[in-house]
Design a protein around this ligand. Structure first.
Ligand SMILES: [Zn+2]
Length: 356
């Protein structure tokens, strides 16, 4: 067994997200059947597993521990991992390139002996997988596997953005552009940290009903804003501009709209969406001079090893809602149904059970 690696066996389940589908360079067909023309990649995203065996240098976990693999490394040794200002490890930087983080190699082989590369360091649509200790978080046995796996990406990202990046405070006003899973998780984070007005902006009015269960207080459908732009509607609703604005779609024009919706003086805009067309962001220098600020975040500023256990405890203490995000469940043999639901935009999170 390699010194820094851990073998995990099946136990819980995985889930897939639109984010991983949109932002991975592999074409869509590769996701449908796992087949890649040049390289085979074992997919996965949100995961919950049990430790089966450990490498010589691993002291952090032991056999039988319940763990969540995460895509963003947390080596706890580099300057970024030691700083409370960053969650982007520089010893093992985030990459979508396939392979293990330390050497780019793989631990998977097909029946024909072909190399199957790891995806985002945490491939686990498989009975067993091997993960670097830098991409693993130990969690309580008490949290159910179908809830625990949700903490390995999207929901932690949304809640973390409100908690760690924005620093949402009691009585504040918050606007979320885009109410997919990450946007709805921002709603939940804003509610937990005391925001008094939480406004969702989405083209789908059904998202208001889903969002209300998590703390959404107001809803704007841009289709209804025919006489004036959304930012003017928000300024009126928030008496001059929102304290915190979150862009959760990945459109430069929407990032601009969010920035313009924030309050002069202290309004803060947080970008979570990856610009889907690669367009540059251009903002008004005058609006910037008025005291607004804008920043982006990967994984919601979450430092995996220290922050995910906090979120897991909040779930067990009934402060954090996870159940509401699970809209579908399938057995592993029906995994392509999960991809279909994702592509059709019908699911928030679809749990894929390895075994029940
Ligand atoms: Zn690091």
């Amino acid at each position: 067994m390699d010194k820094w690696l851990i073998t995990l066996k099946r136990y819980g389940e995985s889930s897939i997200s639109q984010h991983s589908r949109q932002n991975n360079p592999l074409p869509r067909d590769h996701y449908q059947g796992f087949l890649v023309m040049k390289q085979l990649v074992a997919l996965t995203y949100l995961i919950h597993r049990v430790v089966e065996s450990i490498g010589d240098n691993v002291e952090e976990v032991k056999e039988g521990d319940v763990v969540i693999p995460v895509f963003l490394s947390d080596c706890q040794e580099c300057v970024d991992c030691k700083s409370d200002k960053s969650n982007c490890c520089t010893q093992f930087p985030f990459t979508t390139a396939p392979g293990m983080p330390r050497d780019g190699t793989s631990r998977f082989r097909s029946l024909n002996g072909e190399v199957i590369y790891d995806f985002l360091c945490v491939s686990s649509f498989s009975e067993y997988t091997v993960v670097d200790i830098s991409n693993l978080v130990k969690v309580s046995h008490e949290i159910p596997p179908d809830k625990a796996c949700l903490l390995s990406c999207g929901i932690s990202t949304g809640v973390g953005a409100a908690w760690k990046v924005a620093g949402v405070h009691k009585g504040s006003t918050v606007v979320i552009f885009g109410l997919g899973t990450i946007g709805l998780a921002v709603v939940e984070g804003a509610k937990i940290f005391g925001a008094s007005k939480i406004i969702g902006v989405d083209l789908n009015p059904e998202k208001f009903e889903i969002g209300k269960k998590l703390g959404l207080t107001d809803f704007i459908n841009p289709k209804d804003c025919v006489e004036r732009p959304v930012n003017e509607v928000i300024k009126e609703m928030t008496n001059g501009g929102a304290d915190y604005c979150f862009e959760c779609i990945g459109l430069a024009s929407l990032m601009n709209e969010a920035f313009s919706s924030s309050r002069p003086g202290w309004g803060k805009t947080i970008v979570l969406g990856v610009e889907m067309h690669g367009a540059p962001l251009s903002i008004s220098a005058l609006e910037l001079l008025m005291g607004r600020s804008i920043t982006g975040t990967l994984f919601g500023g979450i430092k995996a090893k220290s922050d995910i256990p906090v979120l897991a405890k909040r779930y067990l203490d009934k402060e954090l809602h996870l159940d509401e995000f699970i809209t579908h469940e399938v057995d592993f043999k029906d995994i392509n149904k999960a991809f279909d639901l994702l592509i059709q935009g019908k699911s928030l999170r679809c749990i894929i059970w390895m075994e029940k």
